[in-house]
Design a protein around this ligand. Structure first.
Ligand SMILES: [Zn+2]
Ligand SMILES: [Zn+2]
Ligand SMILES: [Zn+2]
Length: 238
């Protein structure tokens, strides 16, 4: 841990002690153990990871969750949510940052871009809007996960937002004919719009839905042209 983040964590610990004193909050020994582990942790821990850091078999994840909720209520911790998983980080008053979140491995990269921050403030100003807080989260695939992806894979295994190129179709003449009629020819570039149940694609600006069985038989690969790899603006995954 760097000297700066040690300093940050020390001041967070002092501020926490003050808030507890001000509120005359009663802390259980279990709370104390969880809080000590959380405050000395590097950023972004799940409940399970924090429980392991506490290293006390008597303290289970529901205790960890209770203490973390209290820390969130007191403005000491904040939650970062990704689909089913919640990660917690220290909430430093003088240390704003935004997140790149890998949807494959859950890795979180922190960044601060002053140009983006300025543009956001200007946008609010232009709309006569008083910003209270913001959080910029870019969901995507980290470099390690991107490297680990096989060159070709089934369309059904792709993630929402991915842009892929249609390759071979495994299976009968019937499916090939149907895909051809739908405009899903080999080499066509498509964007996954949905992959919960049916696989929904954006094919040259129109929507197309396939059954999971069909999508499992369509082999795709990364588009040849990097122009196609540019991320589209997406909605929050469901
Ligand atoms: Zn920001
Ligand atoms: Zn990753
Ligand atoms: Zn963070």
């Amino acid at each position: 841990m760097s000297a700066a983040s040690q300093q940050h964590n020390r001041s967070l610990r002092e501020q926490f002690a003050r808030v507890v004193r001000d509120l005359k909050q009663e802390l259980l020994p279990e709370d104390e153990a969880v809080i000590a582990a959380f405050l000395s942790a590097e950023r972004h821990v799940t409940e399970t990871e924090l429980q392991a850091l506490v290293g006390d078999a008597a303290i289970d994840t529901s205790q960890v969750r209770r203490t973390l909720r209290m820390l969130c209520d007191l403005g000491i911790a904040q939650a970062v949510r990704l689909d089913g998983q919640t990660t917690y980080e220290h909430l430093h008053l003088d240390h704003h940052h935004d997140h790149l979140i890998c949807v494959r491995c859950g890795r979180i990269v922190e960044f601060l871009d002053e140009d983006i921050e300025t543009r956001q403030r200007d946008t609010c100003l232009a709309h006569g809007f008083t910003p209270l807080m913001h959080r910029l989260e870019i969901r995507g695939v980290c470099q390690d996960c991107a490297r680990a992806l096989p060159v070709t894979r089934a369309l059904s295994s792709c993630l929402r937002g991915e842009v892929v190129e249609i390759g071979d179709v495994v299976g009968g003449h019937g499916l090939r004919q149907r895909l051809l009629a739908l405009g899903l020819t080999r080499g066509a570039t498509v964007t996954l719009i949905g992959n919960d149940g049916p696989v929904v694609l954006d094919v040259r600006g129109s929507r197309l839905a396939l059954g999971r069985g069909e999508a499992a038989r369509i082999i795709v690969r990364q588009p040849q042209s990097s122009e196609h790899g540019k991320a589209k603006h997406g909605q929050e995954p469901g």
